[in-house]
Design a protein around this ligand. Structure first.
Ligand code: FES
Length: 81
C-alpha cells in the first residue's frame, strides 16, 4: 500500500489542492488501484510558496499545477499497460 498525502493547508488549497485530491481519487478508481493507493490530506507541510505540495510515501513532491501533479501521479503510480 502506498500512501499519497496531499497538503490541504491554505496556500496549497488556493493553488488547487482540492482538485488534486479529486483527480487522484478518480485516477485511483479508474485504474483499479484502490487496494494499492491510499489518499490522505494533511495540514500545511511547511513548504508553502513552492507550489502544490504532496507526498508519495515519505517522498516530498512539489507540482507547479494540478495537471503537473496528475502527470506525476500517473507516471509514478499507475503501472504501464
Ligand atoms: S499550505 Fe501546503 S505546504 Fe503550506
Amino acid at each position: 500500500m502506498t500512501v499519497v498525502t496531499v497538503c490541504v493547508g491554505s496556500s496549497c488549497h488556493i493553488k488547487g489542492a482540492r482538485q488534486v485530491i479529486e483527480r487522484f481519487s478518480e485516477l485511483t478508481k479508474a485504474h483499479g488501484l484502490g487496494s494499492q493507493v491510499e489518499l490522505k490530506g494533511s495540514f500545511c507541510m511547511e513548504r508553502c510558496g513552492e507550489g502544490l505540495n504532496w507526498q508519495i510515501g515519505e517522498e516530498p513532491i512539489t507540482s507547479g499545477s494540478v495537471e503537473e501533479a496528475v502527470e506525476t501521479f500517473l507516471r509514478r503510480l499507475v503501472p504501464k499497460a
